[in-house]
Design a protein around this ligand. Structure first.
Ligand code: M6R
Length: 629
Protein backbone atom coordinates (compact mmCIF):
# COMPACT_ATOMS: atom_id res chain seq x y z
CA UNK A 1 0.00 0.00 0.00
CA UNK A 2 1.68 3.27 1.03
CA UNK A 3 5.04 4.04 2.45
CA UNK A 4 4.76 5.65 5.85
CA UNK A 5 4.80 9.22 4.60
CA UNK A 6 3.88 8.73 0.98
CA UNK A 7 0.88 8.30 -1.18
CA UNK A 8 1.44 6.01 -4.12
CA UNK A 9 -0.69 5.43 -7.16
CA UNK A 10 -3.04 2.50 -6.79
CA UNK A 11 -4.63 0.15 -9.24
CA UNK A 12 -7.98 1.38 -10.52
CA UNK A 13 -10.87 0.80 -8.19
CA UNK A 14 -13.71 -1.21 -9.61
CA UNK A 15 -17.00 0.58 -9.09
CA UNK A 16 -16.47 4.30 -9.41
CA UNK A 17 -20.17 4.82 -10.04
CA UNK A 18 -21.34 3.53 -6.71
CA UNK A 19 -23.39 6.24 -5.07
CA UNK A 20 -23.51 6.23 -1.29
CA UNK A 21 -22.54 4.30 1.74
CA UNK A 22 -23.52 4.80 5.35
CA UNK A 23 -21.78 5.70 8.59
CA UNK A 24 -22.56 2.45 10.38
CA UNK A 25 -19.85 0.14 11.74
CA UNK A 26 -19.07 -3.55 11.14
CA UNK A 27 -16.97 -6.03 13.08
CA UNK A 28 -16.61 -9.76 12.44
CA UNK A 29 -14.51 -12.32 14.28
CA UNK A 30 -13.55 -15.94 13.80
CA UNK A 31 -11.10 -17.47 16.24
CA UNK A 32 -10.51 -19.04 19.62
CA UNK A 33 -11.07 -15.98 21.82
CA UNK A 34 -14.34 -15.10 23.54
CA UNK A 35 -16.29 -13.85 20.53
CA UNK A 36 -18.87 -11.84 22.47
CA UNK A 37 -16.18 -9.76 24.14
CA UNK A 38 -14.31 -9.20 20.87
CA UNK A 39 -17.47 -8.08 19.08
CA UNK A 40 -18.50 -5.75 21.91
CA UNK A 41 -15.03 -4.27 22.14
CA UNK A 42 -14.93 -3.78 18.37
CA UNK A 43 -18.31 -2.05 18.45
CA UNK A 44 -17.17 0.16 21.32
CA UNK A 45 -14.19 1.24 19.23
CA UNK A 46 -16.56 2.07 16.37
CA UNK A 47 -18.84 4.20 18.58
CA UNK A 48 -17.10 7.37 17.48
CA UNK A 49 -18.52 6.98 13.98
CA UNK A 50 -22.01 7.80 15.29
CA UNK A 51 -24.87 5.29 15.67
CA UNK A 52 -28.24 4.85 17.26
CA UNK A 53 -28.60 1.07 17.71
CA UNK A 54 -26.36 -1.96 17.73
CA UNK A 55 -26.43 -5.73 17.56
CA UNK A 56 -24.47 -8.94 17.28
CA UNK A 57 -24.99 -12.40 15.77
CA UNK A 58 -23.08 -15.22 17.41
CA UNK A 59 -22.52 -18.62 15.90
CA UNK A 60 -22.24 -21.57 18.20
CA UNK A 61 -22.49 -25.21 17.19
CA UNK A 62 -24.95 -25.06 14.31
CA UNK A 63 -27.10 -22.19 15.48
CA UNK A 64 -27.03 -18.41 15.54
CA UNK A 65 -28.05 -16.17 18.43
CA UNK A 66 -28.89 -12.53 17.78
CA UNK A 67 -29.03 -9.69 20.30
CA UNK A 68 -29.93 -6.15 19.24
CA UNK A 69 -30.76 -3.00 21.15
CA UNK A 70 -31.53 0.65 20.58
CA UNK A 71 -29.03 3.07 22.10
CA UNK A 72 -25.44 2.72 23.19
CA UNK A 73 -23.15 -0.32 23.29
CA UNK A 74 -23.57 -0.35 27.07
CA UNK A 75 -27.27 -1.15 26.51
CA UNK A 76 -26.34 -3.97 24.12
CA UNK A 77 -23.87 -5.34 26.61
CA UNK A 78 -26.50 -5.28 29.35
CA UNK A 79 -28.94 -7.15 27.10
CA UNK A 80 -26.53 -10.00 26.35
CA UNK A 81 -27.09 -12.97 28.68
CA UNK A 82 -23.98 -13.68 30.76
CA UNK A 83 -23.66 -17.20 29.36
CA UNK A 84 -24.02 -16.20 25.70
CA UNK A 85 -20.87 -17.21 23.89
CA UNK A 86 -19.97 -18.24 20.38
CA UNK A 87 -17.11 -19.34 18.19
CA UNK A 88 -17.58 -16.76 15.50
CA UNK A 89 -19.82 -13.79 14.88
CA UNK A 90 -20.59 -10.41 13.43
CA UNK A 91 -21.60 -7.10 15.02
CA UNK A 92 -22.92 -3.76 13.83
CA UNK A 93 -23.59 -0.19 14.89
CA UNK A 94 -26.46 1.31 12.90
CA UNK A 95 -27.05 4.96 12.00
CA UNK A 96 -30.65 4.91 10.80
CA UNK A 97 -31.36 5.73 7.17
CA UNK A 98 -34.18 3.41 6.04
CA UNK A 99 -36.62 2.88 8.89
CA UNK A 100 -36.71 4.35 12.38
CA UNK A 101 -34.40 3.74 15.29
CA UNK A 102 -35.94 0.50 16.58
CA UNK A 103 -34.67 -2.80 17.84
CA UNK A 104 -36.17 -4.63 14.86
CA UNK A 105 -34.46 -2.32 12.38
CA UNK A 106 -31.07 -2.77 14.07
CA UNK A 107 -28.64 -5.21 12.43
CA UNK A 108 -27.88 -8.13 12.07
CA UNK A 109 -30.79 -9.11 9.83
CA UNK A 110 -31.69 -12.71 9.07
CA UNK A 111 -33.27 -14.83 6.40
CA UNK A 112 -36.52 -16.72 7.08
CA UNK A 113 -34.75 -19.83 8.36
CA UNK A 114 -32.93 -17.86 11.04
CA UNK A 115 -29.68 -19.48 9.95
CA UNK A 116 -28.20 -16.71 7.86
CA UNK A 117 -27.27 -13.32 9.36
CA UNK A 118 -26.01 -10.20 7.61
CA UNK A 119 -24.71 -6.81 8.75
CA UNK A 120 -24.57 -4.06 6.16
CA UNK A 121 -23.19 -0.58 5.75
CA UNK A 122 -24.55 1.35 2.79
CA UNK A 123 -27.84 1.73 0.99
CA UNK A 124 -29.54 -0.80 -1.29
CA UNK A 125 -31.25 1.38 -3.84
CA UNK A 126 -33.41 -1.31 -5.46
CA UNK A 127 -34.65 -2.72 -2.16
CA UNK A 128 -38.33 -2.05 -2.98
CA UNK A 129 -38.15 -4.14 -6.15
CA UNK A 130 -36.14 -6.89 -4.44
CA UNK A 131 -38.51 -6.99 -1.50
CA UNK A 132 -41.54 -7.33 -3.78
CA UNK A 133 -39.82 -10.12 -5.71
CA UNK A 134 -38.79 -11.94 -2.52
CA UNK A 135 -42.22 -11.56 -0.93
CA UNK A 136 -43.73 -13.22 -3.98
CA UNK A 137 -41.43 -16.14 -3.27
CA UNK A 138 -42.81 -16.34 0.28
CA UNK A 139 -40.18 -14.39 2.22
CA UNK A 140 -41.57 -12.62 5.26
CA UNK A 141 -39.95 -9.29 6.16
CA UNK A 142 -39.94 -8.01 9.72
CA UNK A 143 -38.07 -4.69 9.48
CA UNK A 144 -38.41 -1.47 7.51
CA UNK A 145 -34.77 -1.57 6.38
CA UNK A 146 -33.28 -1.85 2.93
CA UNK A 147 -30.74 -4.29 4.42
CA UNK A 148 -33.20 -7.08 5.14
CA UNK A 149 -33.43 -7.94 1.44
CA UNK A 150 -29.78 -9.08 1.55
CA UNK A 151 -30.12 -12.17 3.81
CA UNK A 152 -33.36 -13.18 2.06
CA UNK A 153 -31.71 -12.83 -1.33
CA UNK A 154 -28.58 -14.76 -0.36
CA UNK A 155 -30.78 -17.49 1.13
CA UNK A 156 -32.42 -17.94 -2.30
CA UNK A 157 -29.07 -19.11 -3.65
CA UNK A 158 -27.81 -20.97 -0.60
CA UNK A 159 -27.03 -24.61 -1.27
CA UNK A 160 -24.54 -25.26 1.51
CA UNK A 161 -21.84 -22.81 0.39
CA UNK A 162 -22.16 -19.25 1.73
CA UNK A 163 -19.50 -17.81 -0.57
CA UNK A 164 -21.22 -19.14 -3.69
CA UNK A 165 -24.59 -17.85 -2.51
CA UNK A 166 -23.18 -14.38 -1.80
CA UNK A 167 -21.50 -14.29 -5.21
CA UNK A 168 -24.78 -15.11 -6.90
CA UNK A 169 -26.74 -12.56 -4.90
CA UNK A 170 -24.41 -9.56 -5.23
CA UNK A 171 -25.08 -8.74 -8.89
CA UNK A 172 -28.77 -8.29 -8.01
CA UNK A 173 -27.98 -5.55 -5.49
CA UNK A 174 -27.92 -1.95 -6.68
CA UNK A 175 -26.42 0.66 -4.40
CA UNK A 176 -23.60 0.53 -1.93
CA UNK A 177 -22.55 -2.03 0.58
CA UNK A 178 -19.96 -3.31 2.92
CA UNK A 179 -21.42 -6.57 4.21
CA UNK A 180 -20.46 -9.39 6.51
CA UNK A 181 -22.49 -12.62 6.43
CA UNK A 182 -22.49 -15.81 8.48
CA UNK A 183 -24.45 -19.05 8.24
CA UNK A 184 -25.22 -21.37 11.16
CA UNK A 185 -24.27 -24.44 9.12
CA UNK A 186 -20.77 -23.17 8.35
CA UNK A 187 -19.04 -22.62 11.68
CA UNK A 188 -16.18 -20.12 11.69
CA UNK A 189 -16.87 -18.81 8.20
CA UNK A 190 -17.52 -15.13 7.46
CA UNK A 191 -18.09 -13.84 3.95
CA UNK A 192 -17.65 -10.12 3.34
CA UNK A 193 -18.09 -7.96 0.26
CA UNK A 194 -17.41 -4.35 -0.55
CA UNK A 195 -19.00 -1.94 -2.98
CA UNK A 196 -18.64 1.71 -1.98
CA UNK A 197 -18.41 1.15 1.77
CA UNK A 198 -15.07 0.37 3.44
CA UNK A 199 -14.19 -3.13 4.61
CA UNK A 200 -10.86 -4.26 6.03
CA UNK A 201 -9.65 -7.78 6.78
CA UNK A 202 -7.58 -8.21 9.96
CA UNK A 203 -5.11 -11.07 9.84
CA UNK A 204 -4.31 -12.50 13.26
CA UNK A 205 -2.41 -15.57 14.23
CA UNK A 206 -4.99 -18.35 14.33
CA UNK A 207 -7.82 -15.83 14.15
CA UNK A 208 -9.34 -13.50 11.59
CA UNK A 209 -11.23 -10.21 11.73
CA UNK A 210 -13.37 -8.23 9.34
CA UNK A 211 -14.30 -4.62 10.03
CA UNK A 212 -15.40 -1.40 8.42
CA UNK A 213 -12.62 0.46 10.18
CA UNK A 214 -9.29 -0.71 11.56
CA UNK A 215 -9.93 0.86 14.97
CA UNK A 216 -12.32 -2.03 15.64
CA UNK A 217 -9.51 -4.58 15.55
CA UNK A 218 -6.29 -2.70 16.21
CA UNK A 219 -6.23 -4.09 19.76
CA UNK A 220 -5.74 -7.61 18.34
CA UNK A 221 -3.82 -7.37 15.11
CA UNK A 222 -1.68 -4.89 13.22
CA UNK A 223 -1.91 -6.73 9.90
CA UNK A 224 -4.66 -5.60 7.61
CA UNK A 225 -5.86 -5.93 4.04
CA UNK A 226 -7.97 -3.15 2.56
CA UNK A 227 -10.64 -4.48 0.22
CA UNK A 228 -11.41 -2.63 -2.98
CA UNK A 229 -14.87 -2.18 -4.43
CA UNK A 230 -15.98 -5.37 -6.13
CA UNK A 231 -13.93 -7.66 -3.90
CA UNK A 232 -15.29 -10.51 -1.80
CA UNK A 233 -13.48 -12.09 1.13
CA UNK A 234 -14.07 -15.56 2.46
CA UNK A 235 -12.49 -16.08 5.85
CA UNK A 236 -12.24 -18.73 8.53
CA UNK A 237 -10.30 -19.09 11.77
CA UNK A 238 -6.88 -19.33 10.12
CA UNK A 239 -7.34 -18.60 6.44
CA UNK A 240 -8.79 -16.09 4.02
CA UNK A 241 -9.15 -15.73 0.31
CA UNK A 242 -10.14 -12.70 -1.72
CA UNK A 243 -11.69 -12.70 -5.16
CA UNK A 244 -13.03 -10.06 -7.49
CA UNK A 245 -16.18 -9.68 -9.58
CA UNK A 246 -14.63 -11.70 -12.38
CA UNK A 247 -14.30 -14.51 -9.83
CA UNK A 248 -10.53 -14.34 -10.04
CA UNK A 249 -8.52 -14.79 -6.85
CA UNK A 250 -6.78 -11.56 -5.91
CA UNK A 251 -3.39 -11.62 -4.23
CA UNK A 252 -3.37 -8.69 -1.88
CA UNK A 253 -0.59 -7.18 0.12
CA UNK A 254 -0.90 -7.27 3.89
CA UNK A 255 -0.38 -3.80 5.36
CA UNK A 256 1.13 -3.15 8.74
CA UNK A 257 -0.74 -0.66 10.93
CA UNK A 258 1.69 1.66 12.64
CA UNK A 259 -0.73 2.94 15.30
CA UNK A 260 -0.12 2.23 18.94
CA UNK A 261 -3.17 1.01 20.84
CA UNK A 262 -2.65 3.96 23.21
CA UNK A 263 -3.42 6.32 20.35
CA UNK A 264 -7.03 5.17 20.39
CA UNK A 265 -7.37 5.24 24.18
CA UNK A 266 -8.39 8.31 26.18
CA UNK A 267 -5.55 7.90 28.63
CA UNK A 268 -5.97 10.31 31.54
CA UNK A 269 -8.22 12.67 29.61
CA UNK A 270 -11.97 12.76 30.27
CA UNK A 271 -12.77 13.01 26.55
CA UNK A 272 -11.04 12.22 23.26
CA UNK A 273 -11.58 15.78 22.13
CA UNK A 274 -9.53 17.23 24.97
CA UNK A 275 -6.81 14.65 24.39
CA UNK A 276 -6.72 15.43 20.69
CA UNK A 277 -6.58 19.18 21.25
CA UNK A 278 -3.62 18.74 23.57
CA UNK A 279 -1.86 16.34 21.21
CA UNK A 280 -1.49 19.05 18.58
CA UNK A 281 2.13 19.99 19.23
CA UNK A 282 3.12 16.36 18.54
CA UNK A 283 0.65 15.78 15.70
CA UNK A 284 1.88 18.88 13.85
CA UNK A 285 5.45 17.76 14.47
CA UNK A 286 4.57 14.41 12.84
CA UNK A 287 2.99 16.14 9.85
CA UNK A 288 6.22 18.09 9.31
CA UNK A 289 8.58 15.29 10.13
CA UNK A 290 10.95 14.30 7.33
CA UNK A 291 9.46 16.88 5.01
CA UNK A 292 11.62 19.92 5.71
CA UNK A 293 14.58 20.36 3.41
CA UNK A 294 16.73 22.91 5.25
CA UNK A 295 19.57 22.64 2.76
CA UNK A 296 17.42 23.85 -0.12
CA UNK A 297 15.05 25.91 2.04
CA UNK A 298 12.04 24.01 0.74
CA UNK A 299 9.76 21.07 1.48
CA UNK A 300 10.03 17.43 0.41
CA UNK A 301 6.75 15.78 -0.49
CA UNK A 302 7.54 12.53 -2.22
CA UNK A 303 3.98 11.21 -2.12
CA UNK A 304 2.75 13.81 -4.60
CA UNK A 305 3.96 11.56 -7.42
CA UNK A 306 4.71 14.64 -9.51
CA UNK A 307 8.15 15.59 -10.77
CA UNK A 308 9.55 19.13 -10.86
CA UNK A 309 8.48 19.67 -14.44
CA UNK A 310 4.91 18.64 -13.68
CA UNK A 311 4.82 20.84 -10.58
CA UNK A 312 6.18 23.84 -12.50
CA UNK A 313 3.43 23.43 -15.07
CA UNK A 314 0.73 23.85 -12.42
CA UNK A 315 -1.07 27.13 -13.10
CA UNK A 316 -3.76 26.98 -10.41
CA UNK A 317 -4.83 24.94 -7.43
CA UNK A 318 -8.32 23.80 -6.52
CA UNK A 319 -9.37 22.18 -3.27
CA UNK A 320 -12.38 19.94 -2.64
CA UNK A 321 -13.40 19.36 0.98
CA UNK A 322 -16.16 19.52 3.57
CA UNK A 323 -16.55 21.01 7.04
CA UNK A 324 -13.34 21.51 8.94
CA UNK A 325 -11.26 20.17 6.06
CA UNK A 326 -12.77 22.85 3.84
CA UNK A 327 -11.70 25.49 6.35
CA UNK A 328 -8.14 24.12 6.14
CA UNK A 329 -8.47 24.32 2.35
CA UNK A 330 -9.58 27.97 2.51
CA UNK A 331 -6.46 28.86 4.48
CA UNK A 332 -4.27 26.70 2.24
CA UNK A 333 -5.55 28.56 -0.81
CA UNK A 334 -4.85 31.98 0.71
CA UNK A 335 -1.34 30.83 1.51
CA UNK A 336 -0.72 29.37 -1.94
CA UNK A 337 -1.90 32.56 -3.52
CA UNK A 338 0.21 34.80 -1.27
CA UNK A 339 3.32 32.68 -1.08
CA UNK A 340 3.47 30.90 -4.43
CA UNK A 341 1.37 33.42 -6.42
CA UNK A 342 -0.83 30.57 -7.63
CA UNK A 343 -4.53 31.28 -8.17
CA UNK A 344 -6.21 28.92 -5.71
CA UNK A 345 -9.75 28.18 -4.70
CA UNK A 346 -11.36 25.90 -2.13
CA UNK A 347 -14.71 24.40 -3.09
CA UNK A 348 -17.33 22.75 -0.91
CA UNK A 349 -17.45 19.14 -2.04
CA UNK A 350 -21.23 18.97 -1.73
CA UNK A 351 -21.53 21.91 -4.13
CA UNK A 352 -18.91 21.12 -6.75
CA UNK A 353 -20.09 17.53 -6.87
CA UNK A 354 -23.29 18.56 -8.65
CA UNK A 355 -21.87 21.40 -10.71
CA UNK A 356 -20.48 20.94 -14.15
CA UNK A 357 -17.17 22.38 -12.97
CA UNK A 358 -14.59 23.66 -15.42
CA UNK A 359 -11.35 21.72 -15.09
CA UNK A 360 -8.55 23.82 -16.53
CA UNK A 361 -5.68 21.90 -18.10
CA UNK A 362 -3.10 23.48 -15.80
CA UNK A 363 -5.08 22.94 -12.60
CA UNK A 364 -3.92 20.70 -9.79
CA UNK A 365 -6.65 19.51 -7.43
CA UNK A 366 -6.56 18.40 -3.82
CA UNK A 367 -9.20 16.50 -1.88
CA UNK A 368 -8.78 17.21 1.82
CA UNK A 369 -10.35 14.73 4.21
CA UNK A 370 -9.48 13.53 7.68
CA UNK A 371 -11.38 10.26 7.30
CA UNK A 372 -10.74 9.83 3.60
CA UNK A 373 -14.27 8.42 3.36
CA UNK A 374 -16.49 11.52 3.15
CA UNK A 375 -18.99 10.73 0.40
CA UNK A 376 -19.33 14.29 -0.89
CA UNK A 377 -15.56 14.69 -1.19
CA UNK A 378 -15.02 11.24 -2.69
CA UNK A 379 -17.68 11.59 -5.38
CA UNK A 380 -16.63 15.13 -6.22
CA UNK A 381 -13.06 13.88 -6.57
CA UNK A 382 -14.10 11.06 -8.89
CA UNK A 383 -16.01 13.49 -11.10
CA UNK A 384 -13.00 15.81 -11.35
CA UNK A 385 -10.74 12.82 -12.13
CA UNK A 386 -13.17 11.75 -14.85
CA UNK A 387 -12.59 15.15 -16.44
CA UNK A 388 -8.92 14.34 -16.65
CA UNK A 389 -7.51 16.30 -13.72
CA UNK A 390 -4.82 15.10 -11.35
CA UNK A 391 -6.35 15.00 -7.89
CA UNK A 392 -4.09 14.63 -4.88
CA UNK A 393 -5.29 13.73 -1.40
CA UNK A 394 -4.56 15.32 1.94
CA UNK A 395 -5.82 12.58 4.25
CA UNK A 396 -5.27 11.35 7.75
CA UNK A 397 -6.59 7.80 7.60
CA UNK A 398 -4.05 5.63 5.84
CA UNK A 399 -5.61 3.28 3.31
CA UNK A 400 -8.89 5.23 3.21
CA UNK A 401 -10.81 5.36 -0.05
CA UNK A 402 -9.84 8.95 -0.93
CA UNK A 403 -6.19 8.20 -0.14
CA UNK A 404 -6.32 5.13 -2.34
CA UNK A 405 -8.17 6.63 -5.26
CA UNK A 406 -6.30 9.92 -5.44
CA UNK A 407 -3.35 10.24 -7.76
CA UNK A 408 -0.92 10.89 -4.93
CA UNK A 409 -0.90 13.15 -1.92
CA UNK A 410 0.13 13.95 1.60
CA UNK A 411 -0.71 11.90 4.65
CA UNK A 412 -1.05 14.26 7.59
CA UNK A 413 -0.21 11.66 10.25
CA UNK A 414 -2.31 13.18 13.04
CA UNK A 415 -2.87 9.69 14.39
CA UNK A 416 -6.38 8.37 14.95
CA UNK A 417 -8.88 11.16 15.55
CA UNK A 418 -11.76 9.69 17.52
CA UNK A 419 -13.80 12.70 18.71
CA UNK A 420 -16.41 13.65 16.13
CA UNK A 421 -15.26 17.28 16.20
CA UNK A 422 -12.06 17.51 14.22
CA UNK A 423 -9.19 19.34 15.92
CA UNK A 424 -5.73 17.86 15.51
CA UNK A 425 -6.45 16.74 11.94
CA UNK A 426 -7.20 20.37 11.09
CA UNK A 427 -3.84 21.74 12.24
CA UNK A 428 -2.06 18.87 10.49
CA UNK A 429 -3.96 19.61 7.28
CA UNK A 430 -2.75 23.19 7.65
CA UNK A 431 0.80 21.88 8.06
CA UNK A 432 0.41 19.95 4.78
CA UNK A 433 -0.71 23.11 2.98
CA UNK A 434 2.14 25.13 4.47
CA UNK A 435 4.63 22.52 3.22
CA UNK A 436 3.10 22.40 -0.24
CA UNK A 437 2.97 26.21 -0.45
CA UNK A 438 6.63 26.46 0.49
CA UNK A 439 7.53 23.87 -2.14
CA UNK A 440 5.57 25.69 -4.85
CA UNK A 441 6.80 29.12 -3.78
CA UNK A 442 10.43 28.03 -3.89
CA UNK A 443 9.90 26.67 -7.41
CA UNK A 444 8.55 30.05 -8.45
CA UNK A 445 9.36 33.41 -6.92
CA UNK A 446 10.54 32.80 -3.40
CA UNK A 447 14.15 33.60 -2.58
CA UNK A 448 16.21 31.08 -0.68
CA UNK A 449 16.51 33.34 2.43
CA UNK A 450 12.75 33.85 2.53
CA UNK A 451 12.26 30.10 2.15
CA UNK A 452 14.70 29.46 5.00
CA UNK A 453 12.91 31.98 7.24
CA UNK A 454 9.52 30.45 6.44
CA UNK A 455 10.84 26.95 7.07
CA UNK A 456 12.31 27.96 10.44
CA UNK A 457 8.97 29.41 11.50
CA UNK A 458 7.10 26.35 10.32
CA UNK A 459 9.42 24.23 12.42
CA UNK A 460 8.54 26.39 15.42
CA UNK A 461 4.77 25.88 15.07
CA UNK A 462 4.57 22.94 17.53
CA UNK A 463 6.11 25.13 20.29
CA UNK A 464 3.78 28.02 19.45
CA UNK A 465 0.78 25.70 19.68
CA UNK A 466 2.08 24.30 22.98
CA UNK A 467 2.27 27.88 24.30
CA UNK A 468 -1.28 28.64 23.09
CA UNK A 469 -2.53 25.55 24.97
CA UNK A 470 -1.26 27.05 28.25
CA UNK A 471 -4.31 29.35 28.30
CA UNK A 472 -6.51 26.34 29.13
CA UNK A 473 -7.72 27.63 32.52
CA UNK A 474 -8.39 31.14 31.27
CA UNK A 475 -10.43 29.75 28.37
CA UNK A 476 -12.38 27.48 30.71
CA UNK A 477 -13.32 30.54 32.79
CA UNK A 478 -14.38 32.44 29.65
CA UNK A 479 -16.49 29.44 28.59
CA UNK A 480 -18.20 29.38 32.01
CA UNK A 481 -19.02 33.05 31.68
CA UNK A 482 -20.58 32.87 28.20
CA UNK A 483 -21.82 29.30 27.67
CA UNK A 484 -25.46 30.18 28.35
CA UNK A 485 -25.60 32.59 25.42
CA UNK A 486 -28.00 31.46 22.70
CA UNK A 487 -25.95 32.84 19.80
CA UNK A 488 -22.29 33.57 19.16
CA UNK A 489 -20.51 35.37 16.35
CA UNK A 490 -16.94 34.54 15.33
CA UNK A 491 -15.11 37.17 13.33
CA UNK A 492 -11.77 37.40 11.60
CA UNK A 493 -10.16 38.79 8.47
CA UNK A 494 -7.71 37.39 5.93
CA UNK A 495 -6.38 34.00 6.98
CA UNK A 496 -8.27 34.35 10.24
CA UNK A 497 -11.64 34.47 8.49
CA UNK A 498 -11.62 30.68 7.89
CA UNK A 499 -10.52 30.31 11.53
CA UNK A 500 -13.66 32.24 12.53
CA UNK A 501 -15.71 29.79 10.44
CA UNK A 502 -13.95 26.90 12.16
CA UNK A 503 -14.55 28.39 15.64
CA UNK A 504 -18.27 28.73 14.91
CA UNK A 505 -18.48 25.18 13.51
CA UNK A 506 -16.73 23.73 16.58
CA UNK A 507 -19.04 25.55 18.97
CA UNK A 508 -22.27 24.55 17.25
CA UNK A 509 -21.20 20.94 16.71
CA UNK A 510 -20.52 20.06 20.30
CA UNK A 511 -22.34 22.63 22.46
CA UNK A 512 -25.42 23.04 20.20
CA UNK A 513 -25.16 26.83 20.64
CA UNK A 514 -26.02 28.67 17.47
CA UNK A 515 -22.87 30.29 16.09
CA UNK A 516 -22.01 32.11 12.91
CA UNK A 517 -18.58 32.73 11.46
CA UNK A 518 -18.20 36.00 9.53
CA UNK A 519 -15.56 38.01 7.83
CA UNK A 520 -15.12 40.93 10.25
CA UNK A 521 -15.24 43.31 7.29
CA UNK A 522 -18.64 41.94 6.25
CA UNK A 523 -20.26 42.68 9.64
CA UNK A 524 -21.54 46.03 8.57
CA UNK A 525 -23.19 44.49 5.52
CA UNK A 526 -25.76 42.60 7.57
CA UNK A 527 -24.73 40.48 10.55
CA UNK A 528 -24.32 43.59 12.72
CA UNK A 529 -28.12 43.60 13.01
CA UNK A 530 -27.75 40.58 15.31
CA UNK A 531 -25.67 42.44 17.90
CA UNK A 532 -27.11 42.84 21.36
CA UNK A 533 -25.91 42.47 24.94
CA UNK A 534 -26.80 38.76 24.74
CA UNK A 535 -24.70 37.91 21.67
CA UNK A 536 -20.97 37.50 22.36
CA UNK A 537 -18.62 38.18 19.46
CA UNK A 538 -15.34 36.29 19.35
CA UNK A 539 -12.78 38.35 17.43
CA UNK A 540 -9.48 37.10 16.06
CA UNK A 541 -6.93 39.89 15.96
CA UNK A 542 -3.66 39.47 14.15
CA UNK A 543 -0.83 42.01 14.53
CA UNK A 544 -0.42 42.64 10.82
CA UNK A 545 -1.90 45.19 8.41
CA UNK A 546 -5.42 43.96 9.27
CA UNK A 547 -5.12 44.69 13.01
CA UNK A 548 -6.36 48.30 12.90
CA UNK A 549 -9.27 47.34 10.65
CA UNK A 550 -10.28 44.54 13.00
CA UNK A 551 -10.07 46.84 16.03
CA UNK A 552 -12.44 49.26 14.25
CA UNK A 553 -14.86 46.39 13.65
CA UNK A 554 -14.69 45.58 17.36
CA UNK A 555 -15.51 49.17 18.28
CA UNK A 556 -18.53 49.08 15.98
CA UNK A 557 -19.85 46.15 17.99
CA UNK A 558 -18.90 47.62 21.37
CA UNK A 559 -20.83 50.76 20.44
CA UNK A 560 -23.92 48.56 20.06
CA UNK A 561 -23.49 46.85 23.43
CA UNK A 562 -22.15 43.52 22.17
CA UNK A 563 -19.79 41.62 24.53
CA UNK A 564 -16.35 40.98 23.01
CA UNK A 565 -14.07 38.00 23.50
CA UNK A 566 -10.81 38.76 21.73
CA UNK A 567 -8.19 36.23 20.75
CA UNK A 568 -5.15 38.37 20.10
CA UNK A 569 -1.41 38.53 20.25
CA UNK A 570 0.28 38.54 23.64
CA UNK A 571 1.21 42.12 24.55
CA UNK A 572 -1.52 43.74 22.44
CA UNK A 573 -2.74 46.02 25.24
CA UNK A 574 -5.14 47.94 23.04
CA UNK A 575 -6.93 44.74 22.06
CA UNK A 576 -7.00 43.69 25.71
CA UNK A 577 -8.54 47.05 26.69
CA UNK A 578 -11.20 47.06 24.03
CA UNK A 579 -12.32 43.47 24.75
CA UNK A 580 -14.36 42.23 27.69
CA UNK A 581 -12.21 39.12 27.77
CA UNK A 582 -8.84 38.69 26.13
CA UNK A 583 -7.16 35.39 25.30
CA UNK A 584 -3.51 35.80 24.26
CA UNK A 585 -1.58 33.64 21.81
CA UNK A 586 2.20 33.90 21.38
CA UNK A 587 3.58 36.40 18.92
CA UNK A 588 4.69 34.93 15.57
CA UNK A 589 4.93 35.70 11.90
CA UNK A 590 1.25 36.57 11.14
CA UNK A 591 1.09 33.85 8.49
CA UNK A 592 1.23 31.29 11.31
CA UNK A 593 -1.62 32.64 13.47
CA UNK A 594 -4.13 30.17 11.98
CA UNK A 595 -2.31 27.44 13.94
CA UNK A 596 -2.32 29.26 17.27
CA UNK A 597 -5.62 31.15 17.05
CA UNK A 598 -7.67 28.05 16.33
CA UNK A 599 -6.53 26.51 19.63
CA UNK A 600 -8.48 28.88 21.94
CA UNK A 601 -11.56 28.38 19.76
CA UNK A 602 -11.30 24.60 20.03
CA UNK A 603 -10.96 24.91 23.81
CA UNK A 604 -13.78 27.45 24.06
CA UNK A 605 -16.14 25.09 22.24
CA UNK A 606 -14.94 22.17 24.33
CA UNK A 607 -15.42 23.90 27.69
CA UNK A 608 -18.81 25.37 26.71
CA UNK A 609 -19.98 21.86 25.76
CA UNK A 610 -18.60 20.40 28.97
CA UNK A 611 -20.26 23.14 31.04
CA UNK A 612 -23.59 22.44 29.32
CA UNK A 613 -23.26 18.72 29.97
CA UNK A 614 -23.07 17.71 26.30
CA UNK A 615 -21.70 14.44 24.97
CA UNK A 616 -18.51 16.07 23.69
CA UNK A 617 -17.05 13.15 21.75
CA UNK A 618 -20.30 11.98 20.19
CA UNK A 619 -22.52 15.01 19.69
CA UNK A 620 -26.11 14.45 18.66
CA UNK A 621 -26.94 13.78 15.00
CA UNK A 622 -23.29 13.83 13.89
CA UNK A 623 -21.01 11.08 12.67
CA UNK A 624 -17.25 11.09 12.42
CA UNK A 625 -17.15 10.00 8.88
CA UNK A 626 -20.05 11.28 6.79
CA UNK A 627 -20.43 8.59 4.18
CA UNK A 628 -23.99 9.51 3.23
CA UNK A 629 -25.09 12.45 1.17
O1 M6R B 1 -13.31 13.30 7.22
P1 M6R B 1 -13.46 14.64 6.56
O2 M6R B 1 -12.37 15.57 6.89
O3 M6R B 1 -13.70 14.53 5.09
O4 M6R B 1 -14.80 15.23 7.17
C1 M6R B 1 -15.35 16.42 6.70
C2 M6R B 1 -16.39 16.94 7.65
O5 M6R B 1 -17.46 16.05 7.76
C3 M6R B 1 -15.80 17.18 9.04
O6 M6R B 1 -14.72 18.06 9.01
C4 M6R B 1 -16.86 17.71 10.01
O7 M6R B 1 -17.23 19.00 9.64
C5 M6R B 1 -16.32 17.62 11.41
N1 M6R B 1 -17.31 17.08 12.28
C6 M6R B 1 -15.79 18.90 11.91
O8 M6R B 1 -15.50 18.90 13.25
Amino acid sequence: MYEATRFVALPPVANRNAKESSMCGIIGYSGPRKTTAILLEGLRRLEYRGYDSAGIALGSGKSLRIVKTVGKIAALKAAIPADLEGNWGIGHTRWATHGGVTQINAHPHMDGSGKLAVVHNGIIENHHALRAMLEKKGCVFVSETDTEVIPHLIAQYYKGDLLEAVKEALPKLQGTYGIACIHADEPGRIVGARNGSPLVVGVGSGEMFLASDITAMVAYTDKVIYLNDGEIVDLGVDHYSISNREERKVDKKIDQITWELGSIEKGDYPCYMEKEIFEQPESIERALSGRLDAENATAKLGGLNLDRRQLSAVGRVKVIAAGTSWHAGLIGCQLLEGLARLPSQAELASEIRYRNAVVEKDSLWFTVSQSGETADSLYAMREIQRKGATVLGICNVVGSTIARESDGGIYVHSGPEIAVASTKAFTSQLAAFYLFSLLMARMRHMAREDGAAFLAQLQNVPSLVAAALKQRDLIQAVAKKYCHAKDFLFLGRGMLYPIALEGALKLKEISYIHAEGCSAGEMKHGPIALISGEVPSVFLISDDYLREKTLSNIREIKARGGPIIAVGVEGDEEARRVADDFIPVPHSDPRFYPFTMVVPLQLLAYFCALELGRDVDQPRNLAKSVTVE
